[in-house]
Design a protein around this ligand. Structure first.
Ligand SMILES: Nc1ncnc2c1ncn2[C@@H]1O[C@H](COP(=O)(O)OP(=O)(O)OP(=O)(O)O)[C@@H](O)[C@H]1O
Ligand SMILES: [Mg+2]
Length: 254
């Protein structure tokens, strides 16, 4: 393991400066992010909002080291991600980040317990040990008794809880979730947001999530609003949501 992967204590978990992102199609450049600055301390709970196409998923993919910025700098847990090889990026990603997706992304032919254990199996942990840790995480999300079922025998909300258990099984300090409640009804969405809140408050896990719903963003501490690839607002969630509601009122009365 190279020295570049050693964690630096006391730094922000995520620190991006002047991050830009362009997609290229032949010689045609389409810029979708313009000079984004964001520092996320450990223990933060940040919701990202913005219209469709504003760059939310693009930014989350950069945070998750699934894609790289075309300009600027990105320190993840104090590590300069732009200097890392693909293999090193995969290592820091596995150690640092748990992902939760809108469509759960569980493997249908595996049991719930096997799904949750999978990140540990990939990381080289012995099967028995991985399975035991998976059951601990399933118990924490209240689904231990469903461990032997397959994902299609669960409700959407239960599947998303399994996905949360899978995201947490390697004890990452950071959860990235792109529209985690996008496929869930209102009550189930509230339950999932309460789970995130509990993880944040009780285990100090840093959470970044994308949502279109002000009611969902209201569970976060901090809100970032994007517009056309630029930061429109970054601050306390309550104040940001108040401004958002006000701008909707102005539109409605115009
Ligand atoms: N691989 C790609 N190649 C070219 N353009 C892309 C690519 N991925 C995204 N884009 C463009 O980048 C812009 C931002 O896309 P992004 O997916 O980040 O939006 P978003 O805010 O997540 O939208 P939504 O709310 O619909 O999920 C869009 O205009 C999109 O068409
Ligand atoms: Mg998106």
């Amino acid at each position: 393991m190279s020295a570049a992967l050693n964690q630096v204590a006391g730094q922000h978990l995520i620190d991006i400066r002047k991050v830009s992102k362009s997609y290229f199609s032949g010689t045609v450049e389409t810029q979708v992010l313009f000079g984004i600055d964001l520092a996320v301390p450990r223990g933060d709970f940040l919701a990202v909002m913005g219209q469709s196409g504003s760059g939310k998923s693009t930014l989350m993919n950069i945070f998750g080291c699934l894609d790289q910025a075309t300009g600027g700098t990105y320190l993840l847990n104090g590590i300069d991600t732009l200097t890392l090889s693909r293999a090193e990026l995969a290592t820091i990603r596995n150690r640092t980040i748990g992902f939760v997706f809108q469509s759960f992304n569980l493997i249908k032919r595996m049991s719930v317990a096997e799904n949750v254990a999978l990140p540990l199996i990939y990381a080289g942990v012995a099967r028995k040990q991985a399975h035991a840790k998976a059951l601990v995480e399933l118990e924490r999300v209240g689904l231990k008794e469903l461990a032997q079922r397959t994902p299609n025998q669960l409700s959407g909300g239960q599947q998303q809880r399994v996905a949360i258990a899978r995201a947490l099984v390697g004890d990452p300090p950071l959860i990235l979730a792109d529209e985690p409640t996008g496929n869930l009804d209102t009550q189930t969405s509230i339950d999932i947001m309460r789970s995130f809140q509990q993880l944040n408050e009780e285990r100090g896990i840093t959470i970044l999530l994308v949502t279109h719903e002000p009611d969902i963003a209201a569970y976060s501490k901090r809100l970032m609003r994007l517009k056309d690839g630029r930061v429109l607002y970054d601050g306390p969630a309550a104040e940001g949501l108040r401004q958002l509601a006000q701008s909707h009122e102005q539109l409605a009365s115009a």
